[in-house]
Design a protein around this ligand. Sequence first.
Ligand code: GRF
Length: 208
Amino acid sequence: MRAMKNIVILISGRGSNMEAILRCAAEQQWPARIAAVISNKADAGGLKTAEAAGIPAVTVEHRNYPDRDSFDRALAEAIDRFAPDLVVLAGFMRILTAGFVHHYHGRLLNIHPSLLPSFPGLATHQQAIDAGVRFHGATVHFVTPELDHGPIVDQAVVPVLDTDTESVLAKRVLEQEHVIYPRAVRDIIEGRVWLDGERVRRTPPATH
Ligand code: GRF
């Protein structure tokens, strides 16, 4: 039997992507455990969800550290206690230092609510509406030091309707996030997808 892999999930808020990953990991019996959920805010709603699921829920308050370097060092220490094979950013709203990102090269995954490379940064749904694009979506990518860049693992596309408000569009995208993020994590955990230098590699799909 293959060894169980360890996944550490980082959140800052409600943690609905985290929840989708927890649910799929349990239902689909992934060869992995969610070893910990770590937040940079003690009041992140997702921490309670993690605790209720019996998962160690840890806070590393970014406000307690004088600068990004010291916070990232403390965060990496907290993460590494759980010996992660994969670190999953799920609505984790902190910019990470290059040192942190390099430490987790090939093991650090993010989801961004736009079709990257369009609309990095914040307020992506409003950016999409303002730009008048007809399609919008979400992107799962390996993290590189440049914010909201990095080799793309998967994307989901949704239409933008003339009647859309930011919140209606956000909801449509979030539903798709909950589909593609657990799937991407599973593909990596089960070895079908990996980072090779700057490229994402995939095993060829089965032909039968
Ligand atoms: C998601 O839209 C994610 O793409 C973005 O922040 C949001 C987090 O939502 N980075 P949740 O905490 O997973 O519910």
